[in-house]
Design a protein around this ligand. Structure first.
Ligand SMILES: Cc1cc2nc3c(=O)[nH]c(=O)nc-3n(C[C@H](O)[C@H](O)[C@H](O)COP(=O)(O)OP(=O)(O)OC[C@H]3O[C@@H](n4cnc5c(N)ncnc54)[C@H](O)[C@@H]3O)c2cc1C
Length: 455
């Protein structure tokens, strides 16, 4: 890397360190304002008139119509915990506006799952945290508050799918429930109707469909119609004392919560790291990845296509194609976290043959995750055990754990999913092997070890 590039990376690191408060640094205001403007400019005059692509929505209930005497519509927020840049949130608002109904958000918090915070008050949208299993608390809330319909988001994983089918079974028969995929650019069920073998076939299918779905988000506007039911203030102390979560994984210092901090991360990535993304993305000592949730980042990064073409293409391939391929894998393969979910060639070969950065920072570099999981396969008694350990550690320590990317990543490393068979070697059979010398050729292994050595 040239001295000039090294210097610009160091300047950017200093800027990132300064970014400690909610107030955005001046350098990031430009992108933050640009994002606000692009939302406004695609919205025409109101969310109601914005032409929502209805192909993003599918009705899951038998009921199709909102009852005439309903008061409000709910967005049952589950996976996509954000107000702006969320197609499920926008669709609920559009529905509420077209039927002159109020709009409220419900988040069901089971004691052993994750917590969520959000501020909808300034938009006149009630935000309710319902404590308990969704199948119990949500239908009860619908009945008590004369709710006319539910919109929810999409997740291909087993547990949230079960929550959804349980809620559907217990909802009053005349209440429609529909789903919007707010996580993928092309809704998972439209991208492909089957489990895809690999990235090449999937990329082709996705490219054809992207033109209809890769679009700007309008803003969520203030809701004119107020909900009739009372809004109990969220009692965070009771919620916290009800949680049964494992507290031995410590908070990390580098990731700041909140919209402003998130937008600053996007700005930091576009200004400082995107240019070199293509050259440095596999180097864990350079920390040159995006580190941010993806829907808004993709739109923002796309604007730099002319300026940094190879990096933008490489980034979009990871953030769109690989990410949506992981969703496809988990959606169509019910064994997405088991050796049985692998292709036959991989199952056969596995049968015939037999982490400090993650713990302290809650995020292991993408390239190292592959090497790390391959090592677990090498050091355990069976592929089943390797997969179990890799998924357990990944979901416990990675901030982005419990995600289709994680299951697809572990299955890629240990069971050859989305990969091809390679020449046979001990322990791995035909599963791709990654060597220590290969790592040394890619990055400064000693420097990386020195950085994360126990002090
Ligand atoms: C064993 C193993 C475990 C993994 N566990 C997880 C996990 O728990 N959660 C998770 O989100 N990702 C996981 N991945 C995929 C990948 O390593 C991370 O998404 C990436 O490191 C996130 O860093 P970033 O956002 O800074 O990446 P960037 O390089 O900036 O990529 C941008 C986005 O592209 C997507 N992406 C990048 N690489 C991949 C990939 N290989 N597969 C699918 N999508 C990708 C992600 O959404 C990412 O946020 C795992 C990979 C492996 C091999």
């Amino acid at each position: 890397m040239s001295a000039e590039k090294q210097k610009s990376l160091e300047d950017c690191e200093t800027l990132a360190k300064k970014q400690k408060t909610e107030e955005p640094a001046k350098d990031h205001l430009e992108i933050i304002n640009e994002i606000k403007q692009s939302r406004l400019s695609c919205a025409s005059s109101s969310t109601k008139r914005f032409k929502f692509n209805k192909k993003r929505v599918r009705v899951l209930s038998e009921a199709m119509d909102i009852p005439d005497d309903a008061d409000s519509i709910i967005y049952w927020m589950s996976r996509d915990q954000r107000v702006q840049d969320n197609w499920a949130f926008l669709y609920t608002q559009q529905l509420a506006l077209s039927f002159d109904l109020a709009f409220c958000v419900c988040f069901c918090l089971v004691p052993k799952f994750l917590d969520a915070t959000i501020q909808c008050e300034s938009l006149n949208i009630h935000f309710h945290v319902l404590l308990g299993e969704a199948e119990t608390v949500l239908p009860a809330f619908v009945k008590e508050n004369n709710i006319g319909g539910i919109v929810t988001d999409f997740c291909p994983l087993r547990v949230p799918r079960k929550w959804l089918s349980d809620v559907l079974a217990k909802l009053p028969e005349d209440i429609p429930l529909c789903q919007v995929d707010a996580h993928n650019i092309v809704p998972c069920w439209i991208a492909s109707d089957k489990q895809e073998d690999g990235v090449r076939t999937f990329r082709k299918k996705l490219q054809v469909k992207l033109k209809d779905y890769f679009t700007q988000f309008p803003p969520v506007n203030e809701q004119k119609q107020s909900a009739k039911h009372a809004l109990e203030p969220v009692d965070w102390n009771t919620i916290e004392s009800n949680l049964e979560v494992n507290m031995d994984v410590k908070e990390v210092a580098w990731a700041k919560p909140g919209t402003t901090a998130g937008l600053c991360k996007i700005s930091e990535f576009c200004k400082c790291r995107l240019e070199n993304y293509n050259d440095l993305r596999d180097d864990p000592t350079k920390n040159n990845l995006s580190q941010i949730s993806i829907q808004r980042t993709i739109l923002q990064v796309f604007k730099f296509k002319r300026k940094y073409e190879p990096s933008v293409d490489a980034f979009l391939d990871e953030a769109v194609v690989r990410r949506e391929l992981a969703e496809n894998f988990c959606y169509y393969n019910e064994n997405y976290d088991k050796v049985e979910g692998a292709d036959d060639w991989a199952k056969e070969t596995l049968k015939d043959h037999t982490q400090r950065q993650m713990v302290t920072e809650g995020k292991m570099h993408g390239f190292l995750r592959m090497y790390w999981a391959k090592k677990i396969l090498e050091w355990t008694n069976s592929p089943e055990e390797a997969l179990e350990f890799a998924i357990y550690l990944n979901d416990k320590y990675e901030l982005d754990g419990q995600d289709p990317n994680g299951y697809a990543g572990c299955m890629w490393s240990i069971c050859g999913v989305h990969d091809q068979s390679w020449s046979e070697r001990s322990v791995f059979g035909k599963i791709r092997y990654l060597s220590y010398n290969g790592c040394k050729r890619k990055f400064d292994v000693d420097g990386f070890i020195a950085k994360y050595k126990e002090k």
